[in-house]
Design a binder for this molecule. Sequence first.
Ligand code: PRP
Length: 212
Amino acid sequence: MINVALPKGRLGDKVYDMFEAAGYECPSIRETNRKLIFENPDTGVRYFWVKPSDVSIYVERGAADIGVAGKDILLEYKPDIYELLDLQIGKCRMAVAAPKGFHDDGERTLKVATKFDNIARSYYAGRGRDIDIIKLNGSIEIAPILGLSDVIVDIVETGTTLRENDLEVVATVVPISARLIANKAAFKFKTGAIEEIVSKLKGLVERNGQDL
Ligand code: PRP
């Protein structure tokens, strides 16, 4: 059995669609219920739904052999895993955003609100800019509106949340997409099975790319 940690939610549904199209179907996963673990002995896979930011924890510790996590999580937490494939879905970017017209004069410490403190810290360290991180857990966009911070570092997908809160992107930090990751020991002991999954998913990614 290959244990696969899938990110619960919209991205996870797309990820499962890809595994299914690659030949690793598990029909019971489509049933509407609150179960979190599904397996198909015929295809040799066991899927489980976990919180997207927890996928890399399951994989790093070997509770899952492989999983799918956003590049944002991998950059933020730097789990000790192998990154095997860019699935080219869940595309968005990590960006610095601020109220419209904001100008950083560089004279005082910049207050940065974010969920991604490590990414923000290394982005500004690379620019030699002094910052004060305000770590939040969600609804980051509110921080500069209420004067809690000057800017935010957050994920921007369509840009709607920024627009509707009168914020704009000041700079792109890094592009983000979903990555297939593997536990290091599992990759060693289940190399054949994992590489077969990688090669089938890779074929799909390439075909999807051609369709665009
Ligand atoms: C993310 C991000 C933004 C939003 C961006 O939030 O933090 O708020 O999506 O998407 P958009 O550019 O398409 O508007 P998420 O839904 O993950 O929830 P969060 O508030 O917990 O961060």
